[in-house]
Design a protein around this ligand. Structure first.
Ligand code: TPP
Ligand code: SF4
Length: 329
C-alpha cells in the first residue's frame, strides 16, 4: 500500500514495495489509477467555472507536487483562485502581470536560494517554484520572459493551462486558438482563420530540462510526467490542454470526454522532450475522426450546421493525419 504524505509533499512515503520501481535516479510510483492520490490538496469551492479543464490539471499536479510549492500566477482565470483573505493553496501564491510570471519566479527562486545559502532556510523548507499562466501569457505576452528564463536555466516549473483563448476576458482569440474555432473576436462564418502556434517545439528549441504536453483527463500520464520532472532541475515546461465549457461552449459534464477525445483523435498529442529527444507517451492505436471531438463544442458548430462543411472538417483532419504520419515515420 502507498501512503501520500502531506508533510513531505511531492515525495510519497514508501510503506511497502507494491507498484514501486526503484531506479538509480528516481522512484516511479504511478502505474495504475489506484496509485493516484484519493483526495485533493487544493481547497474546494473555488470560483472557477464548473467543469474547468485547467482546474482539473492544477488539482492533479498539485496533489503530486505537494504543499511546498510557490505558485507564481500571471493574470488570467486562475488568479481568481486566491482572493484575499481566502486561498485554496496550502503553500505560497504570488500574482504577477501577464508578461512577468517567469521574472517573478526568478525573484522567488533567488530569494530562497540566498536564504538557503545563508542557512536561514532549511532544505526541508525549500519550495518548488511553479509558474501558472493561461495560453494568452504563455503563447504570447509572456513568451519573451519565458524564453529569457530558459536561457538563464532558471530552476522552475511552468504550467500553461491552454484553454485556447483569453478566457478571463471573454475568450478572445490567442496564438493558441485552433483553426476554425469561433471566439469572441473570430465570429465570421469560418471562425478563426489562423493556426495554433506550436509552443511545444518553440520551448523544446531552447533545450530546457523538460517539456511535456499533458491533459487533466489523462491523469496517469500527467502524474508520471510530474514525478519525472521532480527528479530534474532547471526549466521544466508543461502545456496542458484545458477544455473550457465557457469559452468552448459545451455542457460542463462533457469536459473529461472532450479531453479524452482530444487525445484519442490525435489533435492533442501527449509527448515529452528531454535530452534532445521527443517521445510520444500515448499513441492512439486507432485514431478517432476529429469530428467526434469538434462536434461536441459550440465553437465548431458552424462546421456541422446548417450544413456540413466537408472541406473545413477535411482540412483539420488532414493536418492531424500529416502530423501522425510524420511521427510514425
Ligand atoms: C498586459 C495586460 N493586458 C491585458 C490584461 C487583461 N487581462 C486580464 S486576464 C486576461 C486574459 C488572460 O488570458 P490567458 O493568459 O489565456 O488566461 P485565461 O484568462 O484564459 O485563464 C487579460 C487579457 C492584463 N491583465 N494585462
Ligand atoms: S473560462 Fe474556461 S478556463 Fe476560465 S475558469 Fe471558466 S472553464 Fe476555466
Amino acid at each position: 500500500m502507498l501512503t501520500f504524505s502531506r508533510q513531505e509533499p511531492g515525495r510519497r512515503k514508501q510503506t511497502g514495495n507494491e507498484g514501486i520501481i526503484m531506479t538509480s535516479e528516481s522512484i516511479v510510483h504511478f502505474h495504475r489509477m489506484k496509485d493516484m492520490p484519493s483526495s485533493h490538496l487544493l481547497g474546494t469551492g473555488t470560483p472557477m467555472c464548473a467543469g474547468c479543464g485547467g482546474l482539473e490539471t492544477l488539482h492533479n499536479m498539485y496533489d503530486i507536487l505537494g504543499e511546498k510549492t510557490v505558485f507564481v500566477n500571471a493574470a488570467g482565470c486562475m488568479t481568481l483562485l486566491s482572493v484575499y483573505p481566502f486561498t485554496p493553496f496550502r503553500g505560497g501564491w504570488l500574482y504577477t502581470a501577464m508578461a512577468s510570471a517567469p521574472a517573478g519566479a526568478q525573484g522567488v527562486r533567488d530569494a530562497m536560494d540566498i536564504l538557503l545559502q545563508k542557512k536561514k532556510l532549511s532544505t526541508e523548507d525549500n519550495m518548488e517554484v511553479v509558474v501558472i499562466t493561461g495560453d494568452g501569457s504563455a503563447y504570447g505576452m509572456g513568451l519573451s520572459a519565458t524564453s529569457a528564463a530558459m536561457d538563464r536555466n532558471l530552476n522552475f516549473i511552468y504550467l500553461c493551462y491552454d484553454n485556447e483563448g483569453y478566457g478571463n476576458t471573454g475568450q478572445q482569440y490567442s496564438a493558441a486558438t485552433p483553426h476554425a474555432a469561433i471566439t469572441s473576436t473570430s465570429k465570421g462564418s469560418h471562425g478563426y482563420p489562423g493556426f495554433k502556434k506550436d509552443l511545444f517545439s518553440i520551448w523544446a528549441a531552447h533545450r530546457p530540462a523538460y517539456v511535456a504536453t499533458i491533459i487533466g483527463a489523462e491523469p496517469l500520464d500527467l502524474a508520471k510526467k510530474i514525478e519525472k520532472l521532480q527528479t530534474m532541475t532547471g526549466p521544466r515546461m508543461l502545456i496542458s490542454l484545458a477544455p473550457c465549457p465557457t469559452g468552448w461552449d459545451y455542457d460542463p459534464k462533457l469536459s473529461v470526454e472532450i479531453g479524452r477525445l482530444a487525445v484519442q483523435t490525435g489533435i492533442w498529442p501527449l509527448k515529452e522532450y528531454s535530452d534532445g529527444k521527443i517521445k510520444h507517451t500515448k499513441i492512439p492505436k486507432q485514431r478517432k475522426p476529429v469530428e467526434d471531438y469538434l462536434k461536441l463544442q459550440g465553437r465548431f458548430k458552424h462546421l456541422f450546421e446548417p450544413q456540413r462543411d466537408e472541406a473545413g472538417i477535411a482540412e483539420i483532419q488532414a493536418r492531424i493525419d500529416a502530423y501522425w504520419t510524420r511521427v510514425m515515420a
